[in-house]
Design a protein around this ligand. Structure first.
Ligand code: ATP
Ligand code: MG
Length: 317
């Protein structure tokens, strides 16, 4: 154990750390763990609240904790249950087909997470979560207890995966969120959940203007202070709690696209790092957009070499 492991931190990340099983070999992922790894590289010392089994995939995940020099105090080890695995097949067109396995360790993140949070997360610290780890009762209960007792702000990145989580769970997570990050498709899906069909299109969003559909949506969730919508190659938009667009940016720059895996996670990690360091809001979004673009230039959600981070973050100092 490192001496720094029990130092208080201002950011905890709850959810899946898993392995994408490609035919070429395992690649560590899980949106929360992507975010946590970036935050570690940014020097934010995140507390990762997750669980693995005792198997080869767990060793692969743990190796990432070591590579990034991350605290492992929030990582639970569960015997008799497999570490999270997503099986990746290749379809006829050469695309990837992802099958998320049921009954994984991250479905069973236990209440021990509460004690670790009490010990290591400052009361006004940030708590990040997504939806996938909320699909099973055990982790859901732990998340519920965490958000009920947590006094600080929360960051919810929807990261919707079909057929994993019920609407009710998403609505509860929205009710517990301070900042919500969705992509365009996820926003359209959330807006379509009402009886009335709403539309809100990125092409109509302009800084300084209020989007009434978004304003109504945000008003349904009293804790929600901000909505961030990422729009792939079309950048991002941010809305305050009154549905006013307070920032809209296009593509950061021309990139050499490798893949967009983890682009949204990269975006979220910089938003959190910026909030923790009190950067101006527009600066946070510009840097998030730029870093997410950089992640589109490497294979996978995180770089193969941590040296990359220096070049990406040097302009932040
Ligand atoms: N082709 C691209 N060129 C430049 N930047 C991009 C491109 N695609 C994505 N990005 C950057 O990544 C951010 C997030 O992309 P996107 O809206 O696809 O998120 P997402 O769907 O949540 O991603 P994820 O697959 O990680 O969940 C964008 O706001 C932008 O900053
Ligand atoms: Mg996403």
């Amino acid at each position: 154990m490192h001496a720094t492991q029990f130092q208080p931190t201002r950011i905890a990340v709850f959810g899946e750390a898993l392995v994408d099983q490609f035919s070429s070999g395992p690649v560590v992922g899980g949106a929360p763990f992507n975010v946590a790894r970036h935050l570690a590289a940014f020097g934010m010392q995140p507390l990762t609240l997750s669980a693995v089994g005792i198997d080869a995939a767990a060793a692969t995940v743990r190796a990432e904790f070591v590579r990034y020099g991350m605290r492992e105090s929030g990582l639970q080890t569960l015997a008799h249950i497999q570490t999270g695995i997503v099986d990746v097949a290749t379809d006829a067109a050469g695309g990837h087909v992802f099958s998320i396995r049921d009954d994984c360790a991250y479905d069973q993140i236990g209440m021990a997470a509460l004690e670790v949070v009490q010990r290591e997360l400052v009361p006004q610290g940030w708590l990040y979560f997504g939806t996938l780890a909320l699909r099973a009762a055990a982790s859901h209960q732990t998340w519920q207890a965490l958000v009920t007792t947590h006094q600080g702000p929360t960051y919810f990145d929807l990261n919707w995966r079909a057929n994993q989580v019920d609407r009710q769970i998403v609505l509860a997570a929205l009710g517990a969120s301070t900042v919500l990050k969705v992509n365009e498709e996820e926003l359209a899906m959330l807006l379509s959940w009402d009886d009335v069909q709403h539309t809100s299109a990125p092409s109509t969003w302009q800084t300084g203007q209020t989007d009434t559909v978004i304003a109504e949506f945000i008003a349904r969730f009293p804790k929600l202070e901000r909505l961030i919508v990422t729009c792939g190659a079309d950048g991002y938009a941010s809305f305050d709690r009154h549905g006013r667009c307070d920032a809209r940016g296009g593509v950061a720059r021309a990139i050499q696209l490798v893949d967009t895996v983890g682009a949204g996670d990269a975006f979220s990690s910089v938003v959190l790092a910026g909030l923790l360091q009190d950067w101006p809001w527009t600066k946070i979004l510009e840097r998030a957009n730029d870093f997410a673009a950089a992640i589109c230039e490497v294979r996978g959600a995180v770089p193969a070499s941590l040296d990359k981070y220096d070049s990406w973050t040097k302009s932040w100092k």
